[in-house]
Design a protein around this ligand. Structure first.
Ligand code: ADP
Length: 443
């Protein structure tokens, strides 16, 4: 302030002196007024420069000025710098926030009060089939044109989520998308989307599984209760009675096998992966399942099958003994059950060049048509339904094999030619195989 007063006084004094030189008191007054006017004009010009600079708000290029204006410029420059820092920090936070939403597996779309897209993450755009940049500002109803969605928007039925069909990554591969809108602020909307295709698939599989199990249990149960009713109402000869009891026992056994396979599957799904530690000789596993298969052949085939152990190399495998035995015996018992009596079956371990080992079973049975091969390990999938039932199959054997193999980090393969037989094999990875001195296979 004092500087401004000093400037004014100086200019007024200079004006007075200039007037006094003209030696008249009127000129002295005029000179003082002129000095004051010059100061006002100068001050207004300085104020204008400061105001122009404030309009731009460029903290890096402040105007060169003096006095109180210089102080004003300096304080504003500091204030602008502080604000700029705050804005940058907010921008960074917003960017972090948006990239977090961007990487979310769920879709997020922000809609303005008219239902136009303000922002969307890539997930939502892919799930609903629009472009997250080009389609900003577009009405969502024009981009998602399904009638259920239009109805959802029109009647503001936002209490529950809606399921619509998404475009899918490839043609002909649609997805199920769950959409829910949450209104917020002034008529704005947050739209959340979720790909529920796999959840739905799992739900369908669960329902199919329950239906299959019920069906599998109902059949023997119906037969069993039919016999019980007959035995309760009809007086039977001792012979018939024994025959009926035999048939009833078969049905009970069938249910027992089904329950046992179901328990095996659920144990396989629920227990931790077998460790590396337990090493077993391949030959020992082999002779165990071979004996079982020979017993089964004697029980169901006349003449019995020729069952031979091949490629009897020494070696050890690691994993769960009970699981590996169960997988190997499932493959061998299938060969026995599906190969006509007198047929030939070969089974054995083979050590592969890369250090892995393969257990394989080849039979001279009916073979399996190519279209069935990809589905063989599905639960309850059967190619030959009647043969499976006749020989006590549960439809779960290969599903169990596949699980065991996966849990051991291995692979499963089927080669088959209709009319010529099949070869089923399971391969254990290098980590689970140890080569030892070859020793003769005990039968
Ligand atoms: P199942 O208890 O019915 O044998 P699996 O899961 O073990 O069930 O096998 C699935 C289906 O694969 C069988 O129903 C059968 O039709 C077919 N299959 C399995 N092994 C053989 C084989 N060695 N030869 C011919 N068909 C087979």
């Amino acid at each position: 302030m004092t500087q401004r007063a000093f400037e004014l006084m100086l200019l007024v004094t200079l004006g007075s002196v200039w007037g006094w030189v003209f030696d008249d008191s009127a000129w002295t007054l005029a000179g003082a007024l002129l000095g004051a006017l010059v100061w006002v004009v100068w001050d207004v010009l300085r104020a204008r420069r400061v105001l122009d600079w404030l309009d731009i708000g460029d903290a890096k290029h402040p105007p060169a000025t003096s006095g109180v204006w210089a102080q004003l410029v300096d304080r504003n420059r500091k204030l602008i710098k502080k604000l700029e820092k705050k804005v940058h920090a907010s921008e960074h936070r917003l960017e972090d926030f948006l990239s977090a939403i961007q990487s979310s597996p769920n879709g997020v779309v922000l809609l303005d009060s008219h239902g136009r897209i303000e922002w969307s993450n890539l997930t939502a755009a892919n799930q609903l089939g629009f472009d997250p940049h080009r389609d900003i500002g577009q009405y969502i109803r024009n981009l998602v044109r399904q009638p259920e969605f239009s109805h959802y928007l029109k009647y503001k039925d936002f209490d529950h989520e809606l399921q619509i069909v998404g475009p899918g990554a490839r043609a002909g591969q649609s997805t199920q998308i769950s959409v829910q809108i949450h209104p917020y602020g002034k008529k704005r909307k947050l739209m959340l989307t979720r790909d529920v295709t796999t959840v739905q698939l799992a739900e369908t599989m669960r329902r199919d599984f329950v239906a299959n199990v019920s069906h599998e249990i109902r059949t023997p149960l119906t037969v069993l209760s039919g016999f019980v009713e007959t035995m309760q109402t009809v007086p039977l000869e001792d012979n018939d009675r024994q025959r009926y009891l035999g048939l009833m026992s078969d049905q009970a056994q069938r249910m027992q096998m089904l329950v046992s396979d179901l328990l095996t599957l659920s144990r396989l799904e629920g227990s931790p992966v077998p460790g590396q530690g337990d090493w077993m000789p391949m030959n020992e596993l082999m002779s165990h399942v071979l004996q079982e298969a020979k017993g089964l052949s004697q029980a169901i085939a006349q003449p019995v099958h020729t069952i031979e152990a091949v490629g009897a190399e020494g070696g050890q495998v690691s994993g769960s003994k009970s699981e590996l035995l169960s997988a190997m015996s499932n493959l061998l018992s299938n060969a026995v059950r599906y190969t006509p009596p007198g047929g030939r079956i070969e089974a054995g371990w083979r050590l592969n060049a890369n250090g892995s080992a393969t257990f394989y079973v080849s039979d001279s049975g009916p073979g399996i048509a190519a279209e069935h091969l990809p589905r063989l390990t599905e639960r309850f999938y059967r190619v030959d339904r009647s043969r499976s039932r006749e020989t006590g199959g549960t439809g779960l054997g290969l599903a169990i094999v596949k699980h065991v193999v996966q849990r051991h980090g291995g692979g499963f393969d089927v080669q088959s030619v209709v009319g010529h037989g099949s070869t089923f094999s399971l391969t254990l990875p290098t980590l689970r195989v140890r080569q030892r001195e070859a020793s003769a296979l005990r039968e």
